[in-house]
Design a protein around this ligand. Structure first.
Ligand SMILES: NC(=O)c1ccc[n+]([C@@H]2O[C@H](COP(=O)([O-])OP(=O)(O)OC[C@H]3O[C@@H](n4cnc5c(N)ncnc54)[C@H](O)[C@@H]3O)[C@@H](O)[C@H]2O)c1
Length: 358
């Protein structure tokens, strides 16, 4: 397989490590207009062929049926190279968030469909982790009864991309480059995980809020207009027609309490786990003759994939026709529509509805 990396920054390097887990030989190509970044990448991975632009790289050779291009640039620069890669006949796996706007994401999908190539999202990084699989397995038994409510909250006091995390990439803080703050950065994982767990047919952002937290570490002299704390009330319709209310929160800078918690409450039992942390237990609370009873759910065995390996491994599994947790085609865009829906509802005060295409 040939892998075409567009962007040679931090995330591109993680995809090289992922390629080594595919179980098949992979030839590497990489393009980055930043000569220093490209040189650093080629020093780390001398087996790769480097180019100064995506256009030059994509035009350098005829596409093969299983060529994969990964768009690993800041969100502002996802659209043009993704469309160029699809037009060149390569399958496209795009970093999260898919695009700056829903219109861009829909157009990327349209072009990929027109050219008969797959269009997938890297939002699937946390899919397949043992705790998520344990939650899905318990849900499938029906032991929870009718699902009533889900709390899905991850709040960190100081972990802003561009400040506490990866301060060299200040673009995260500039909405013209990133499209937004913590909801654009982490919302794709939240929505992708919720889609995997709940398999929604319709998601309604009933209400939403967001704010930029102010701290003494806020950098001076750079554009910093992105939110760092946010939440939404979601109404999720599932395939059986049932409706589940979700309290969604995400913060990478909050003066409130640090906590990460998911609790899925049903009429017969409730499940509690820590979103995105597969080392924490999954707890099932049921009733034993009128008294609450708690037990720990045994998760399935851990595989050898890191979270960074997963998007490419899921995508190539789908490409090769194997069972896969990839988000490809309309579903990838619908997840992203939910991410943007949080912004739209927070801004307008009006609900946003996403009918999920399956
Ligand atoms: N850093 C992480 O831990 C991480 C993890 C997962 C996902 N991501 C996502 O990956 C994407 C890239 O983030 P990053 O952290 O790697 O950024 P980065 O700043 O480390 O690298 C981005 C690179 O893209 C290059 N670039 C810009 N425009 C380009 C173009 N048109 N063609 C080719 N290269 C171009 C830049 O020169 C830069 O070297 C973002 O969407 C981000 O959300 C990042």
């Amino acid at each position: 397989m040939r892998l075409y990396l567009i962007g040679a920054g931090v995330s591109a390097r993680t995809h090289v490590a992922a390629a080594a887990k595919l179980g098949e030989p992979v030839e590497l190509r990489v393009a980055d207009p930043n000569a220093e970044t490209l040189a650093g990448f080629l020093e780390a991975f001398p087996e790769a062929t480097g180019y100064a632009s995506a256009e030059e790289m994509l035009a350098a050779e005829q596409a093969r049926e299983d060529d994969v291009a990964i768009v690993a640039t800041p969100p502002r620069f996802h659209f043009a190279p993704a469309v160029a890669a699809a037009r060149s006949g390569r399958h496209v796996l795009c970093e999260k968030p898919l695009a700056m706007t829903v219109d861009e994401a829909e157009e990327m999908l349209r072009v990929a469909t027109e050219h008969g190539v797959l269009f997938g999202s890297c939002s699937t990084r946390f899919r397949g982790l043992p705790h998520n699989e344990a939650v899905k397995a318990v849900m499938a038994t029906g032991v929870l009864g009718d699902l009533v409510h889900l709390d899905f909250v991850t709040r960190s006091p100081r972990s802003r991309a561009g400040i506490e995390y990866q301060p060299s990439s200040r673009w995260f803080l500039d909405s013209r480059m990133s499209g937004g703050g913590v909801v654009m950065d982490w919302g794709p994982y939240d929505m992708s995980t919720l889609f995997d767990l709940l398999q929604p047919t319709r998601v309604e952002m009933v209400d939403a809020w967001m704010a930029k937290t102010r701290t003494g570490a806020d950098p001076e002299g750079v554009v910093h207009d992105t939110e760092s704390t946010a939440g939404a009330a979601l109404r999720v319709t599932r395939q059986d027609g049932s409706v589940l209310r979700v309290n969604y929160q995400r913060a990478n800078a909050t003066h409130g309490e640090e906590f990460a918690r998911a609790e899925l409450e049903g009429t017969l039992a409730a499940l509690r786990w820590t979103p995105f942390d597969s080392h924490q237990p999954v707890q099932l609370r049921t009733d034993a003759e009128g008294e609450p009873r708690e037990e720990t759910v045994e998760p399935p065995e851990r595989d050898d994939l890191s979270i960074f390996d997963r998007p490419l491994v899921h995508f190539v599994a789908a490409l090769r026709g194997r069972p896969s947790l990839a988000a490809i085609g309309p579903i990838a865009v619908d997840e992203f529509r939910c991410v943007r829906g949080v912004y739209d509802t927070a801004r307008t005060g009006r609900p946003t509805v996403v009918e999920v295409r399956r």
